[in-house]
Design a protein. Structure first.
Length: 241
């Protein structure tokens, strides 16, 4: 009887322990834009949603100076821009901004000659990273696609970039263009550089149904009854012998 009671107590104690937390991770990037599947509520209760963003964004510039022959110069540059994830149900309707920063020094050969000008191209680039808390309720319905953009990529003024170079050359941002190994090229913002997403669902797993207290009491009484009956039958068998 004591063994049965102890066993039942252990079962009750184990059933009352809280379920451990669990995570589910999905990834996406702006070259694919596959989006994210909603959370499957049959897995448990969704507690929070975290989005990790990694950014790399190159830009292209042209520099020119009066000359009838190729010349070279050194360009010091810094980027202090922003990448934005537009407001949606996932962000609570608020635009989310991530700093896009970078700096460097580039030697530029002004090797192209035209109308008394020597000109060449160079690139600047910014990187960024952030961990964003998103609204869990937005991930309980349909498929969700996240797509941010570099605010300075199409800016014809190049306002988020500072450039220092000797002399007084003419500097022009090439809005909507990347700078690659072979020079500038036009490309859509999603395909210039890269943006990667990592989405994590933190949730409490669903647990199996636990019997009500009244059910446990009936089970314990049943165990006790069986034990008493077994003990009495043993005593009768001993007396008859």
């Amino acid at each position: 009887m004591r063994g049965l009671a102890c066993l039942a107590a252990l079962v009750i104690g184990g059933a009352s322990l809280p379920a451990s937390a669990a995570t589910l991770v999905q990834t996406d990037n702006e070259l694919i834009l596959g989006g994210f599947d909603p959370f499957d509520s049959s897995l448990g209760t969704l507690n929070s949603v975290t989005l990790e963003v990694q950014l790399f964004r190159p830009r292209a510039w042209v520099i020119s100076t009066p000359s009838d022959e190729p010349v070279s110069t050194v360009v010091d540059w810094s980027v202090n821009g922003q990448w934005v994830l537009p407001g949606s149900s996932a962000t609570g309707g608020v635009d989310v901004f991530v700093p896009l920063l970078g700096s460097g020094s580039t030697a530029v050969l002004l090797e192209f000659l035209e109308d008394g000008l020597a000109f060449g191209f160079f690139g600047v680039e910014g990187t960024g990273a952030a961990s964003l808390a998103l609204d869990p309720s937005a991930f309980l319905g349909g498929h969700i696609v996240l797509n941010g953009y570099d605010m300075g990529y199409f800016d014809p003024s190049g306002a988020d970039t500072t450039i220092n170079t000797p002399g007084s050359p003419n500097l022009i941002p090439l809005a909507g263009a990347c700078f690659g190994p072979w020079g500038p090229y036009e490309e859509s913002e999603d395909y210039c550089g890269w943006t990667s997403y990592k989405l994590t669902y933190d949730y409490t797993p669903a647990t199996t149904a636990v019997p009500e207290p009244g059910t446990w009491a009936m089970l314990l009484l049943g165990f006790a009854g069986v034990g008493v009956a077994l003990r009495r039958s043993r005593r009768r068998a001993v007396a008859a012998a």
